[in-house]
Design a protein around this ligand. Sequence first.
Ligand code: BGC
Length: 503
Amino acid sequence: MDIQDERRRLLDAEGTDEYETVTGVRSEQDIYLDKVQNGKLYLAVFVSVLGPLSFGFVLGYSSPAIPDLITTNDDRVRLNNDQASWFGSIVTLGAAVGGLLGGWLVERIGRKLSLMFCSLPFVFGFAIITAAQNLWMLYVGRALTGLASGVTSLVVPVYISEIAHERVRGTMGSCVQLMVVTGICGAYVAGTYLGWRWLALCCSLPPTLLIVGMCFMPETPRYLLSQGKRREAEEALRFLRGPDAPVQWECARIEEACDHQGAGFKVSDLLEPCVYKPLAIGVLLMFFQQATGINAIMFYAENIFEDAHFDNRALGTVIVGLTQVFFTGIAALIMDRAGRKVLLCISGVAMTISAAVFGVFFHLTTGRHNNTSVRAMASGVEGSLGAGPEVDLAWLALASMGIFIAGFALGWGPIPWLVMSEIFPSNVKGFASAVCVLTNWGNAFIITKCFQDLLALLTNAGTFWLFSSMCAINVVFTIAFVPETKGKTLEQIQDNFRGTPAQ
Ligand code: BGC
């Protein structure tokens, strides 16, 4: 019996052709999934999300380190405002390049080795920062950790989506963002105790654990099958699904789907609906995630607290971090029940309203006192609303920022990364995910860098109303174009784009 016959036998073994009936597929999958044990899958996810944890540390590092570096006595590494802004934002540029590198790596050396590889620039980058003797060492260290963050933000969602099954894929995939925000918060908290050199050393711990832990984790079955390594794929599935699951059945199902998708990416693939549709959706999700203004708002959160006369700025940022962790945790827990579309819509509406109210706050306060600390911070000038009638409205700024950040954490934070990892056929995954990651980080760079100009051009109120309108467009886009991927196998999601019935 040749391999094709064997595969057909396995797919037909339960008496139902996979593509024949909807109820047949569900029950076949359910019978299979009932035999699956998830312990080792959770372990593999836990190890791989040390990558996003490291990338969260990179994002959070600048917030406590910059004030330290601005006031340090060591004039070889002392930053002025302009240098501080580059020190903060160069990470996003490195990450955009890292996205392209990640797209190439996942196809060339596989998901597991790419994950191990990305630990290296994290560790070297933080080591260079720890040992920095001049500004260039600081910049190079930040660019390297940014590069590693870009590779990680592509590889980890792909790794998780390919090892998880549809019952837990949403929750597992949301752990990526959960660990990013945990890392951000961890850096804020550690930064209240440690100076910038020790903090950099502490940030290199998670990537070191990642490289060691990944040595013991499997490559994804999908990647192994795409390389024709069936025996290794079965072994990987046996590790991930436990001893009782008949993994040959899942293997045959994935192999069948790989045959539909062809090998390797060709430019002519872009004419296929099952490629250009998900690619357009993935890119727009990334664009809209950044267009909410999340990074600008997080970057200036400390100053918003200052405006609200919150004495301890560092504590303020820790509260922002904890809010993100808490709501991202809730999103992860309910993702596979609520579905992606509903959460994106709730999140978009919450952000539309809170950003609009934020605008109203600035409209009411800046008229009386036109140098709020948000504007002053952006232009490098110290300033604050100061005592006065504006204090009465401070609660409005705090409440709208809290709702905005919670709203982002519930939907637009985790879901674009999750959906990116679910919608592309295997043969274009590297290329398409790289375009998405490049869009995300490129936009993050442009928006954080242009925030200052936007404030000058549109005023504070106008800038937040612009973010609010973008959030409203996000909701319309979600309703019209984003597919619901909850409870579907990756193969069923791709069949939907292809227009193949019976999923
Ligand atoms: C976004 C980043 C953001 C982070 C923290 C991620 O999903 O892509 O730009 O900084 O969430 O909120």
